[in-house]
Design a binder for this molecule. Structure first.
Ligand code: HSE
Length: 401
């Protein structure tokens, strides 16, 4: 079984290493030798073992009938989309970690794979090495999915964990995350929630079988979370996590990416550092959680290679994936219900209490000028209306069980 890898970056070189180093076990599982015949990259890698299989021309791969599986780990939309489409149209399976491409063109590429009796597989596109896609497609099949909620971004989870443990400011932790190589020099995709947004769009499309456009998902990152918020969360025995969430209520699907306060009995609460976790609730199954490394060269490469093995075990057979091109219209953000944590000046304490359905008040000696409240569950629209004349220092949603 000959494989071609498009892109020799972090994940691509990881896939190359995993196939070489675990050759024996992989070939045993497939029932035939699995080998990398080409790696496509514009660069040269003198002295690297990849040099002997390197090509700069996609046509070399497309014109070689021995190649049956193509690993697309180039990243970005173009030319990854064109290459993936051509590969599938030629009847070859494509395995990818490219969440941007899967979120945008996944439904179309899945349809082409179905027509051509091959496979478009994307386990590594959400949760890195965590086998969550396979779980949604092949394991949680007897249930209606009621809810998906996940810590889908390792960089921001690392930052929130460190802010909690050390009580330091956002900017200090961001700088450290960049120094450690967790956050990009331009960290917007992580800290503004765009990366988590694409991932929850993919999970929601799979959970409900229709195309969820990530542009439709209300997305808030962690840039508004301060050390003061974290001090309150600690006082309340809660943790703040960036969550990607979607759920179905009364036949309508809602989705959002935002930081949320979690109680200690929430299974996502103890998920710390760069780890990711995804909690899925089925209407018969109840809760299932998958946990692991959501990023990194080898965890991500391992997930890609698990797809290569799946594709190799299913030559000329399409593994059905229910994700149609029909657009899923999401429910309005204003109708989503949450509890809220809200900080106001102490001078507006009575006004806030009169306006909001307050469940609990919290005051911290370190911040005598302000007071915080936890509200009862209320809709986003109602919360916005009731707080429009208050001076809100910050507000954070609180997970309702
Ligand atoms: N920047 C992403 C993260 C990488 O921190 O989780 C994996 O998509």
């Amino acid at each position: 079984m000959k494989v071609a890898i498009l892109g020799y970056g972090t994940v691509g070189s990881g896939v190359f290493d995993v196939i070489r180093e675990n050759q024996e076990i992989i070939s045993k599982k497939v029932g035939a030798p699995v080998e990398v015949k080409y790696v496509l990259d514009l660069r040269e890698f003198p002295g690297d073992p990849v040099a002997s299989v390197l090509t700069h021309d996609f046509a070399d791969i497309l014109n070689d009938p021995e190649v049956r599986i193509i690993v697309e780990v180039m990243g970005g939309l173009h030319p990854a989309y064109e290459f993936s489409k051509q590969a599938l149209e030629s009847g070859r399976s494509v395995c990818t970690s490219n969440k941007e491409l899967v979120a945008k063109y996944g439904a179309e590429l899945i349809r082409i794979a179905q027509e051509k009796k091959c496979n478009y597989l994307f386990e590594a596109s959400v949760g890195g090495g965590i086998p969550v896609i396979r779980q949604l497609i092949r394991s949680i099949t007897a249930d209606e999915v009621e809810k998906v909620s996940g810590i889908l971004n390792g960089t921001t989870n690392y930052m929130m964990t460190k802010m909690r443990e050390e009580g330091v400011a956002f900017d200090v932790i961001l700088k450290r995350a960049q120094e450690k190589g967790y956050a990009e020099r331009n960290p917007a995709a992580d800290i503004e929630g765009h990366d988590a947004c694409r991932k929850i769009a993919i999970l929601t499309s799979l959970a409900y079988g229709k195309q969820v456009d990530y542009e439709d998902i209300y997305t808030e990152g962690i840039t508004g979370i301060s050390d003061v918020d974290v001090a309150y969360a600690n006082e309340l025995g809660m943790g703040i996590k960036l969550l990607g969430e979607s759920y179905r209520k009364d036949g309508v699907v809602y989705a959002m990416v935002a930081p949320k306060m979690l109680c200690s009995d929430n299974p996502l609460y103890p998920v710390n550092g760069v780890f990711n976790a995804i909690l899925i609730r089925g209407n018969k199954l109840d809760d299932v959680m998958c946990y692991g490394r959501g990023a990194g060269k080898y965890p991500t490469a391992s997930a890609v290679v698990s797809d290569v093995i799946d594709a190799a075990k299913h030559p000329n057979v399409n593994i059905p994936i229910l994700w149609s091109e029909e657009k899923l219209v999401l429910g309005a953000k204003e109708d989503m219900v949450n509890r809220f944590f809200v900080r106001v000046p102490v001078s507006e304490k009575e006004e806030a209490k009169a306006l909001l359905p307050v469940a609990k008040a919290v005051a911290l000696a370190a911040y005598p000028e302000e007071i915080a409240f936890l509200t009862e569950p209320m809709s986003e629209g109602e919360f916005e209306k009731k707080t429009e004349n208050l001076t809100v220092f910050n507000r954070i949603r609180v997970e309702v069980k």
